[in-house]
Design a protein around this ligand. Structure first.
Ligand SMILES: N[C@@H](CCC(=O)N[C@@H](CS)C(=O)NCC(=O)O)C(=O)O
Length: 373
């Protein structure tokens, strides 16, 4: 009998969600273990060099960190239900929505989790394994997560805008998911998995934002259940079958791109410019780690705008890793499809995707490094 893979994660972890949901749908035999198990600290952390989840330990002992790399590792081995659409526009959109979910909704997800701690303390204490004692070490992990809020641009002046953005996002998603079971039709793509991270682990699970989701956007909540199921789970939409025909992109998906632009377009431009500036000044060698220590993910702050007001946010090289993936899908388009994609990005303030730049980020040995062409 072949041994199952092991997925190290936690139920409330934003980035474990996509890996778990994908492995289930792909029919991969795996068991999930808590990152609090001693073997994670003893056997996995020395290899990956930092405390971060999810981590996949494959049946033959390979270690893969990163929600996106875990999906790609399984894809490379071959799967019956690939998360990469076959047709070019849908493939590009899948990447774009993966970028949105992985990077653009962290601000909202972290805001709703930590700004409302008082209103959902029993749920969060339970999730983080807090025993009740004031000096419980789990409280340290919670304090660390809470401390990320300013770097993510969660401040008193941005909070009302973040919350309106969440309502608008739910409305856009509801309009689409009340008609289609997944973003691109009857099967999930990397775009679904990317958005699932924040929309499941934080926004669809923590009591305050989950209540808003259930009341305003029942189809979005249902999509979360569906993505988390081991099968396609479409008894309520039985006619959906595979990717939307003819590389179609319904208007409801353009509305979702509009939400992406409103939420992260301005900060994306500013962060990519900051990364380019940093790279040019640093002139790193190929393979140089992006930070002195693997757990340092931010290389500095940048002044930006968020929904029309001044903003100040941390810059992570990992963002560029995700943007490059989207740009690779953009670069693979025919001239006509490329014009369509460029116009779409321009209409929604996302033209930083595909703009010329020298900085390159790769992932090697489980960390982000600067790369040279
Ligand atoms: N790019 C990584 C991000 C993973 C990540 O940020 N994981 C969080 C939990 S959801 C974590 O382990 N954080 C630990 C920390 O920030 O100290 C991925 O996609 O796997």
């Amino acid at each position: 009998m072949t041994r199952p893979h092991i997925l190290y994660g936690l139920p409330h972890s934003l980035y474990t969600g996509p890996a778990r949901a994908y492995l289930r749908k792909a029919g991969v035999a795996f068991v999930e273990r808590s990152a609090r198990e001693p073997e994670f600290r003893q056997q996995v952390m020395p290899v990956i060099g930092r405390s971060i989840i999810p981590v996949l330990v494959t049946a033959d002992g390979q270690i893969v960190q990163d929600s996106v790399d875990i999906i790609d590792h399984v894809e490379a081995a071959g799967t019956a239900l690939s998360a990469y659409p076959d047709s070019p526009r849908q493939r590009f959109l899948a990447h774009l929505f993966q970028l949105f979910g992985s990077q653009g909704l962290l601000r909202a997800a972290m805001h709703y989790r930590w700004s409302y701690y008082q209103a959902q303390d029993a749920f969060l204490d339970h999730a983080f394994g807090v025993s009740g004692a004031e000096d419980d070490p789990s409280r340290g992990a919670m304090r660390k997560m809470h401390s990320y809020l300013p770097g993510l641009g969660v401040r008193p002046d941005t909070i009302p805008l973040i919350e309106q953005g969440y309502i608008d996002l739910l409305a856009a998603l509801e309009a689409h998911l009340s008609v289609h079971p997944y973003l691109l039709g009857g099967r999930p793509s990397i775009g679904d998995y990317g958005l699932f991270g924040p929309l499941f682990a934080h926004l669809g699970r923590d009591p305050v934002p989950a209540d808003i989701m259930k009341r305003r956007a029942p189809s979005v909540f249902r999509w979360i259940e569906r993505l988390h199921a081991p099968d396609l789970d479409i008894p309520d939409m039985p006619d959906a079958d595979g990717w939307l025909a003819g590389d179609a992109v319904p208007d409801t998906l353009e509305a979702l791109v509009a939400e992406m632009g409103a939420e992260m377009g301005a900060e994306l431009g500013a962060k990519l410019a900051a990364l380019e500036d940093h790279y040019q000044r640093l002139a790193p060698a190929d393979g140089d780690p992006v930070s002195a220590k693997p757990h340092q993910r931010t290389i500095g702050q940048t002044i930006s705008r968020y929904r029309g007001i001044p903003d100040d946010v941390g810059v992570q090289p990992y963002l560029l890793y995700m943007v490059q993936r989207t740009e690779a899908a953009l670069g693979a388009l025919s001239a006509e499809d490329r014009r369509w994609a460029d116009d779409l990005l321009a209409r929604h303030g996302l033209s930083a995707i595909g703009a010329p730049r020298q900085a390159l980020v790769d992932r090697r040995n489980h960390i982000e490094v600067w790369a040279r062409p």
